[in-house]
Write a protein that binds this ligand. Structure first.
Ligand SMILES: Cc1cc2nc3c(=O)[nH]c(=O)nc-3n(C[C@H](O)[C@H](O)[C@H](O)COP(=O)(O)OP(=O)(O)OC[C@H]3O[C@@H](n4cnc5c(N)ncnc54)[C@H](O)[C@@H]3O)c2cc1C
Length: 416
């Protein structure tokens, strides 16, 4: 069997592990279009904040692919020829496949803001981006970061730590709009502003002028030597679309992570997978999902017919010393909201019919793991137990007893 993987990062590593768990002999080829090997993308902000300390961002050991007899070709795939079961590469090579995995990830969105095409306006998505910014900030004093999602916040934190004056512009009414509710965002906003970040919410950048003035829609102007564009990402689905595969926001998959062509699988940020809370297929652009899906796709490519169990959205980020975890759904229309706060700690949980369906925990890492487990394993509590957990002061000691009982049962059955 000849397995070919397009993209050589997180989902690709998962897929190699998945294939090799069932097939020690089959030929595996990775087409690495970024030409940087498998690295831990979330670590690029650590690299930017302290390049000497975080120069190693490898995702796996340097011998990972060699030890698993994986050949890597540093080239980009230009076309998937489905009838011929082969790929055209930009170096002129053609590669045949028996089973193909699309693990092409995502790319940053560059909105059509006038002036956004200037060379001091950067995205922050690859280790190459981080290296370029590292060089450019030698002579820089001020930066505007556009967008306060996870990537924008991490870029802002890294540049702040490097001593730059950071202006963060977010068009939504609060920071981290996909991770936090407005209430939870207030405390994080205050914390970051107290440290010295200039955060402007509910505003959009109108023009990036060549004289390094960044004009907002309300007319306010900010100076910047550098602009980081972090307004979101888009799955890399061009190859799948051109090949006639079914694509919505990401590549559409069945329960076995197969595309509409059953010789072709997809995983990671390029694909839509099951959100077990909403029951919907969606793109969950997160590292653990990419690895897990890659692994599962790899096993199925190697002949296993295992149903994908789906994932829940979850996140954990540390920003200037504050630990912010969230998982499940936290949106305004879902479930009953119960909240608790004390000094620098905050917990919001969402409960629907005695099931925990989402939470936000600020500076409470000890409860984050069990709460994520309770959501992903759909553990029901007795009526009122989640309320009691919040009212008595959330801690490991006050987690509903049903949680520990179910966990022990799952452990005894070997399914945890
Ligand atoms: C700054 C930053 C911070 C992040 N922080 C977090 C975090 O805290 N937690 C978290 O869970 N996730 C985080 N993420 C997201 C996480 O990195 C991604 O979910 C994960 O990398 C997805 O893995 P993937 O293998 O699907 O795609 P990627 O890692 O994007 O890899 C896809 C690879 O495919 C290559 N490729 C694309 N097209 C082609 C082609 N035609 N031919 C050949 N190769 C191609 C790409 O160049 C790329 O190298 C962060 C991302 C960034 C950028």
């Amino acid at each position: 069997m000849k397995y070919v993987i397009i993209g050589g990062c997180i989902a690709a590593c998962g897929a190699v592990e998945g294939i090799r768990s069932k097939d020690a002999q089959g030929q595996i080829i990775i087409i690495d279009g970024e030409k940087r090997g498998a690295y831990t993308r979330p670590l690029i902000s650590y690299f930017l904040s302290e390049p000497s300390k975080y120069s190693d961002v490898d995702y796996r050991s340097p011998d990972f692919f060699k030890d698993r007899a994986v050949e890597t070709i540093k080239a980009r795939v230009e076309l998937i020829d489905r009838p011929g079961q082969l790929l055209n590469l930009d170096n002129g090579e053609q590669i045949e496949y028996d089973r193909l995995l699309i693990a092409t990830g995502a790319s940053p969105i560059m909105p059509p803001i006038p002036g956004a095409d200037q060379d001091w306006v950067k995205s922050f998505y690859t280790i190459g981006d981080a290296e370029t910014i590292d060089r450019d900030i030698e002579a820089a004093r001020e930066v505007v970061v556009i967008g306060s999602g996870l990537i924008g916040m991490k870029a802002a934190e890294a540049l702040f730590k490097r001593g730059l004056k950071v202006h963060l512009v977010e068009k939504e009414s609060h920071i981290l709009p996909r991770q936090l509710t407005p209430g939870a965002a207030v405390s994080v906003h205050r914390h970051l502003a107290r440290q010295g970040l200039d955060i402007i919410t509910g505003e959009e950048v109108a023009v990036i002028h060549p004289d390094h003035q960044i004009e907002l829609k309300n007319g306010q102007k900010l100076s910047a030597d550098l602009v980081i564009m972090a307004v979101g990402t888009r799955p890399n689905v061009e190859l799948a679309v051109a090949a006639g595969l079914e694509v919505r926001q990401g590549v559409v998959l069945d329960d076995y992570l197969r595309t509409s062509d059953h010789k072709i699988y997809a995983a990671g940020d390029a694909a839509e997978t099951l959100n077990v809370i909403s029951g919907k297929q969606e793109v969950m652009a997160l590292l653990p999902h990419a690895h897990r899906e890659g692994y599962q796709a790899g096993r199925n490519m190697a002949g296993m017919d295992e149903l994908d169990q789906g994932s829940i959205p979850m996140n954990s980020v540390k920003l200037l010393g504050w630990n912010i975890c969230s998982a499940g759904v936290t949106g305004a229309r879902d479930g009953e909201l119960l909240s608790w706060y004390s000094k620098e700690q905050l917990l919001e949980i969402k409960v629907r019919e005695n099931y925990l369906i989402g939470y936000i925990a600020i500076n409470m890492p000890e409860v984050a793991g069990p709460l994520t487990n309770a959501i992903s394993k759909k553990i029901p509590a007795a009526a009122g137990e989640w309320q009691e957990f919040v009212e008595r002061g959330p801690s490991l000691a006050t987690i509903p007893s049903a949680y520990w009982q179910v966990l022990r049962r799952l452990e005894a059955n070997g399914s945890n």
